[in-house]
Structure formats: structure tokens, C-alpha cells
Design a binder for this molecule. Sequence first.
Ligand SMILES: Nc1ncnc2c1ncn2[C@@H]1O[C@H](COP(=O)(O)OP(=O)(O)OP(=O)(O)O)[C@@H](O)[C@H]1O
Ligand SMILES: [Mg+2]
Length: 136
Amino acid sequence: MTVTKIVDDNIPSKLDLVPGFITAVLEKLQVLHLDEDEVFALKLCLYEALVNAIKHGNKEKSDQAVHVIVKTNKKKIILEVTDQGHGFDFTRIPNPTTEENIGKFHGRGVYLIQNSMDSVKFLNGGRTIQMVKVIK
Ligand SMILES: Nc1ncnc2c1ncn2[C@@H]1O[C@H](COP(=O)(O)OP(=O)(O)OP(=O)(O)O)[C@@H](O)[C@H]1O
Ligand SMILES: [Mg+2]
């Protein structure tokens, strides 16, 4: 089945550019006629992945960008967000629902992504998060 690339873009590592960037990506996805829940999940996951890439990956360095690819084969949407950082040990992300972590204000981004997408993979030593949403 043919895969079409809908988005192939770089965003500079500035957190205040994230909302506008997400709006532009979602506009490009309108051709897919997604329902409200799908749009919400994609916005949420793109937001969490971009903030992680900018903050934890690129450390908000002005000379580094985040690369975003969105592909579809009409049955699913594949989002790939890649930073220029050092990667990280994605096998050791703390579980935010345990007793010791439940009161913390951070550490929920990846958990939210994993619970909103049909598949989530870290590639490239953790520099790329690949998120797949099956279209209803
Ligand atoms: N792109 C990345 N590069 C380096 N480390 C990352 C990256 N994405 C996630 N991490 C690491 O994984 C941890 C968990 O990420 P997660 O988004 O769940 O929580 P958080 O960013 O700390 O807090 P929150 O997203 O709830 O504000 C981060 O604290 C960070 O150590
Ligand atoms: Mg986060």
C-alpha cells in the first residue's frame, strides 16, 4: 500500500512556536477527514513529543531544530519527531502512576502518548519518537 508524506518540516527549538506549528500540521491533515477524537489525540501527542524534543533533546538550543514527518497510507497515520540531542534511555522512563510518582507534576508526556496512540516506538537512540494512529 502506498504511503504518502503529508508533512516534512523542521521547527526551530523554541517552545513558543509549538502551538502555531501544530495548527499548521493539523491543517495539512484535513484531507484525511479525521474525527474529533483522532484530531485531539494527534494534537496532544504532537505537543508532548515536540516539547520533549525541544526541552530534553535539543535543550532549547537556538541552532538546533526538530524534524517532523507525518505519513499516511489511509489506514494509519505515522508521526515521527526527531531531535538533535544525545538520545536517552527510553527503557527507563518512570511510570507516572506508581505511588512515588503520582504526586509529581512532570513525567506524564510519554505516558499520555502511549495511551493515545496505537503504537509508540523510540528509534535512533531515543532521538526519534515514532507514533502510529490507526484511522477509524
Ligand atoms: N526527546 C528526548 N530527549 C531526551 N530525553 C527525553 C526525550 N523525551 C523524553 N525524554 C526523557 O523522558 C522523560 C519522560 O518524558 P515525559 O514527557 O513523560 O515527562 P517530562 O517531559 O519529564 O514531563 P511532562 O511531559 O509531564 O511535562 C523526560 O523527563 C526525559 O528525561
Ligand atoms: Mg514531556
